[in-house]
Write a protein that binds this ligand. Structure first.
Ligand code: NAD
Length: 549
């Protein structure tokens, strides 16, 4: 039973915010930082977490803390000399132990009533509400997320817990379709052991979403966070343990993806892999996961959410104030490191130059700085490797395109991994900066003579994740709905910030091979559908043995 439901005996005190049942789902509101008391509370959390920096975080396998010889040193992207903490780095044998632990716990966990599994998620959500700013503060330090982005990520994690708890209650009720003389039951069973492999850019939300989905559907989990966000993941692990989750049901396995990833994905004892990250890793996982080892019991299920090269089209009658703000937020929010970020803008010729001028001016007003500063709109990028990769793309942009804006970050470059916003215009739609995912604050602007060619340019990518359109024309809006090939289409608004249930999220083509996170069919992927048909016109029953006496 979840711990908060065991009032008298649980070692952990009842959370201050009571556990809420997910009977109906409502999105967790984002914090209103215009309120002084909210800003002060957030600053207090930042100060509290600052005092905890430098700690050590072991692996947790079968409920036991396990130290490792090799470590991951987590560095604050805003201040490269500041260590956020030191995390154990799993070796191949730890990965194998974690799978054994998950398998050992499987039978008991899948036999646990769905209602009880949903309650664990609700207890975890309540604890996240209690620790909301503290969790966001860890994201500020470990991932360089500015305040509002970090706060929104924690809110989304809570949403995933509550939404999937709610969904599972519905799915747990078998569907009965009876005919005279025949009873038919359609129900779902868990798949088995799930490996969750997560990215760093939504460090709590995506990891929580995939993990919660696997757990509530009755699977046990080996949780492999990204190297760059393993301390935020350790907070999730501690919340799961505090909820009283039986040991071994969730195992925390930080480590280097290239080293332990193939062991986890290739293991014959793993039944399902839930991955979110880059296209190259996702495709490698999909390939390895499809391979069948004679020792495994069946074909593995692979869910992979991958990258994007998302475009916004600006029509010639668009409200440019709205379009500029929409592009600005979508392109440079969290330094362009959201999978949904806008990295291409296709502008109809009539408004091309005015749009560029206004976008440049608006971008120049963005304040670049450390993530813990409440005034920062553009923080650092995640690490040195990312900063170097983005710098290479900027060099290509400067060589091949017209540079509209190249923001110099000055002395910040020595302090952390900062890259200023860059805008390139007259970009060739076939060029590298128009085709490859850069994952940084770099936007490629292209001109189109008419809507036909704008749509053609927008669809001319291997990805299909998010896309947007600014227009006042009902006819053109209708056309875009039919013709823009993206998983999430946004009209007359920015293209980031998907909310659970309201905007189920995910792409197709090379952007994803799963159904949408935060949507109604997401949990189905984690289960096996079973149909039981019974002939009830039996000619008598076999009497039970004692009835014969
Ligand atoms: P990444 O692919 O480098 O890493 C993701 C995870 O995979 C990490 O935990 C990493 O350790 C692990 N990994 C690396 N090599 C592996 C291997 N060989 N086998 C198994 N696991 C391995 O991605 P990232 O840099 O963490 O995240 C950024 C990427 O994620 C971007 O491409 C972004 O678009 C994408 N993303 C997509 C979505 C979506 O919903 N579609 C959401 C967030 C991020």
């Amino acid at each position: 039973m979840p711990r908060a439901a065991r009032k008298e005996s649980g070692p952990k005190s009842q959370p201050e915010i009571p556990v809420r049942k997910a009977d109906t789902f409502e999105n967790e509101p984002h914090s209103d930082f215009s309120r002084k008391e909210i800003r002060e509370a957030f600053q207090t959390a930042l100060d509290d977490v600052a005092a905890q920096l430098g700690g050590e975080f072991p692996l947790i396998i079968d409920g036991k803390a396990t130290e490792t010889r090799k470590k991951i040193v987590s560095v604050n992207p805003s201040h490269r000399k500041q260590t956020v903490g030191t995390v154990a780095s799993a070796a191949v044998d730890h990965a194998e132990q974690a799978i054994v632990s998950a398998r050992r716990s499987l039978d008991a966990w899948r036999a646990t009533r769905a209602e009880e599994r949903a309650e664990y998620l609700e207890v975890m959500a309540a604890e996240m509400r209690n620790r909301r700013f503290e969790l966001a503060a860890w994201e500020v330090y470990e991932c360089g997320k500015p305040w509002a982005d970090a706060d929104a990520d924690v809110a989304e994690a809570i949403d995933f817990l509550m939404f999937y708890a709610n969904q599972m209650r519905d799915l747990a009720v078998p569907v009965q379709v009876d005919f005279p003389g025949e009873e038919n039951t359609h129900l779902y069973r868990s798949r088995g052991v799930c490996v969750v492999i997560a990215p760093w850019n939504f460090p709590l939300a995506i990891l929580t979403g995939m993990t919660a989905a696997a757990l509530v559907t009755g699977n046990t989990v080996v949780m492999k966070p990204a190297e760059q966000s393993s301390i935020v993941a350790a907070q999730l692990m501690s919340i799961a343990r505090d909820s009283g989750l039986p040991r071994g049901v969730l195992n925390y396995l930080p480590g280097i993806g290239e080293e332990i990833g193939p062991v986890l994905v290739g293991s014959p004892d793993v039944d399902i892999i839930a991955f979110t990250g880059s296209r190259s890793v996702g495709l490698a996982i999909n390939k390895l996961g499809a391979d069948t080892d004679p020792r495994q019991s069946g074909v593995k299920k692979v869910i992979a959410e991958m990258g994007g090269k998302n475009a916004i089209i600006v029509d010639d009658d668009a409200d440019l104030d709205e379009a500029v703000q929409g592009v600005l937020k979508s392109a440079f929010g969290y330094s362009g490191q959201k999978c949904s970020a806008c990295s291409r803008v296709i502008v109809l010729s009539a408004c091309y130059e005015p749009f560029l001028k206004r976008l440049k001016e608006a971008t120049e007003s963005l304040k670049i700085g450390p993530a813990e500063d409440p005034g920062t709109s553009v923080g650092p990028v995640i690490d040195k490797e990312a900063a170097d990769r983005i710098a290479d793309y900027i060099a290509i942009g400067k060589e091949e395109c017209r540079t509209v804006l190249a923001t110099d970050v000055g002395k910040l470059a020595q302090e952390g991994f900062y890259v200023g916003p860059h805008i390139f215009a007259d970009v060739d739609p076939e060029s590298r900066i128009a085709q490859q995912e850069i994952f940084g604050p770099v936007v490629a602007v292209m001109q189109a003579d008419d809507l036909d060619s704008a749509i053609e340019i927008a669809n001319n990518t291997e990805y299909a994740l998010t896309g947007g359109f600014f227009s006042r024309s009902p006819k053109n809006l209708h056309r875009i709905k039919q013709e823009l090939q993206v998983g999430n289409l946004y009209l007359n608004r920015g293209i980031t910030g998907a909310l659970v249930n309201r905007h189920p999220f995910g792409g197709y083509r090379y952007s994803g091979i799963g159904s949408k996170a935060g949507g109604r069919d997401y949990l189905l992927q984690f289960m096996i559908p079973v149909t039981i048909s019974e002939n009830t016109l039996r000619r008598g029953f076999a009497p039970p043995p004692d009835a014969e006496k």
